[in-house]
Design a protein around this ligand. Sequence first.
Ligand SMILES: [Ca+2]
Length: 167
Amino acid sequence: MKPSLSWMFMLLLVKETISQDFMEPSVNILIELKSIMGKIKVMEEKINELQMENREQNVQIEALKVRMNTTHGIFTAPVKGVYYFNIVLFNANPPSAGVHIIKNRARVVSITDNPPGEDSEDTASNSVTLLLEKGDQIHIELIEKRKVYTDLAGRNSFSGHLLFPTE
Ligand SMILES: [Ca+2]
C-alpha cells in the first residue's frame, strides 16, 4: 500500500509543528528562571527574618528564667507586659495551708486549704493575670498560722510567664 499524498502532507505538518515547539518554546526560560530566583530570594529573606525573631524570643525566655531569684523566690519583671501567674497548693495534714501572691508589697490573690477531715479537697489553686511595669516584683507569702505542706511528690507549684510585652 502506497502512502497517499495527503498522508505525506500531514506527516510534514506534524514534523514542522514539533520542530517549531523545540525551536521556539512558548515559555521564556530566562524570564521564568529570574522569577524563580526572585521568589527564592524573598523566601530566604523571610527565613532569615523568622530565625532572627526566634533568636530574640529565646533570649526573652532566657531573660525571664533568670529573673526568678531562686534564693528568695522573688520574680522581677524584665519588661513591661501582661503576665500570668498560677499557684497550686496541696495539704495533707494540719494545720491549714495558705499563701498570698504579692505584687510588690500588695496582696493580689490568696490560696487556702483546710486539712483533711475539715473539708473534702486536698488541693487548691488560684491564678491571676497582671499588667506589670518593668521592675515590678511578684512573690508568694505564707499566711500567718498556716503552712505549705511539702514532700517528694512535687504537688505544690508556683509558675508564671509573660503573655505579651506592652512596649
Ligand atoms: Ca483540704
